[in-house]
Write a protein that binds this ligand. Structure first.
Ligand code: ATP
Ligand code: MG
Length: 219
C-alpha cells in the first residue's frame, strides 16, 4: 500500500498543543504513516514584527515533537528561503516522495483563505486537504468557496456536532473536513501571554516553554 504522509505547515511561532493534538488526532483518524511539520520561512499572509529566527522556530518544533516517532520535522521551506508558498513545497515533496499519498492539514481559519493562496486550484489537484475545526470559525462559512457549496448540509452537520467527519470531492479535489476536540490555544495568545508576564504552562510542551524563557522570546 502507498505510504500516507500528512503535512502540517505553519509559522509555529511558537508551536503549541493545538498543533500537536490536532496532528495526532488526524494521523490516527486517517491512518497516516507520518505527519511532517513544516515551519515556513516567510509566511505570505503574515506581517509579524517580533518573529523569532527561522532557526529558533525550527528548534521549538524539534523539541515539541521529540518522543513521537510518527512526527517528523522538515526544514524544506526554511532552506528554500523567500516567501513560503505551499504549492512550491508540495511540488518538491511529490518529487522527494514518489508514490506517496500527500494530505495537507490546515485549520479552518487558514483554509477559509484558500482562494488567496498561490495557484490554489492546482494545489488542490496535487494533494488532498484536511481541514480542522478551530474555535471561533464555522464550517458553514466554507460555502463561499464555489466547489464547497454542494456540501452545505454536511457543513452545517459538522457545526452542530451531528457528524465529526465529511469528505468533499469535486473534479480532482478531495477535502476532508474534520471536527476535532477543541483546543482553545493559539500562538498569538501565547505571545501575548509571554509579553504580559502571564503563564503559558499547559499551552505547549515544557521543553518549548523553557526554550522561550531561556532565549527571552516574545518578552
Ligand atoms: P498565529 O496565532 O500566529 O496565527 P496559530 O496558533 O494559528 O498561530 P499557525 O502556525 O498559524 O498557528 O498554525 C499552523 C496551522 O495549524 C494552521 O493551519 C492553523 O489553522 C492550524 N492550527 C493552529 N492551532 C490550531 C488549533 N488550536 N486547532 C486547530 N488548528 C490549529
Ligand atoms: Mg494562524
Amino acid at each position: 500500500m502507498a505510504q500516507k504522509l500528512g503535512i502540517l505547515g505553519g509559522t509555529f511561532n511558537p508551536v503549541h498543543y493545538g498543533h500537536l493534538a490536532a496532528a495526532e488526532e488526524i494521523r490516527d483518524r486517517l491512518k497516516l504513516d507520518r505527519v511532517l511539520f513544516i515551519p515556513s520561512f516567510l509566511p505570505p499572509h503574515k506581517h509579524e514584527e517580533d518573529v523569532p529566527s527561522a532557526a529558533q522556530r525550527l528548534e521549538m518544533v524539534r523539541l515539541a515533537i521529540a518522543g513521537n516517532p510518527n512526527f517528523k520535522l522538515s526544514d524544506i521551506e526554511v532552506r528554500r528561503g523567500g516567501k513560503s508558498y505551499t504549492i512550491d513545497t508540495i511540488e518538491a515533496l511529490l518529487q522527494q516522495y514518489p508514490g506517496t499519498e500527500l494530505s495537507f492539514i490546515t485549520g479552518l481559519d487558514s483554509f477559509l483563505e484558500i482562494q488567496t493562496w498561490k495557484d490554489w486550484e492546482r494545489l488542490l489537484s496535487l494533494c488532498s486537504f484536511v481541514v480542522l475545526s478551530r474555535p471561533g470559525y464555522t464550517f458553514a462559512d466554507l460555502a463561499k468557496i464555489g466547489f464547497m457549496k454542494q456540501a452545505e448540509q454536511d457543513l452545517r452537520a459538522l457545526d452542530t456536532g451531528q457528524v465529526v467527519q465529511a469528505v468533499v470531492g469535486c473534479g480532482g479535489f478531495k477535502v476532508y473536513l474534520e471536527l476535532i476536540p477543541f483546543y482553545e490555544i493559539s500562538s498569538t495568545d501565547i505571545r501575548a501571554r509571554v509579553h504580559g508576564g502571564r503563564t503559558i504552562k499547559y499551552h505547549l510542551p515544557e521543553t518549548v516553554e523553557h526554550y522561550i524563557i531561556e532565549n527571552k522570546l516574545y518578552a
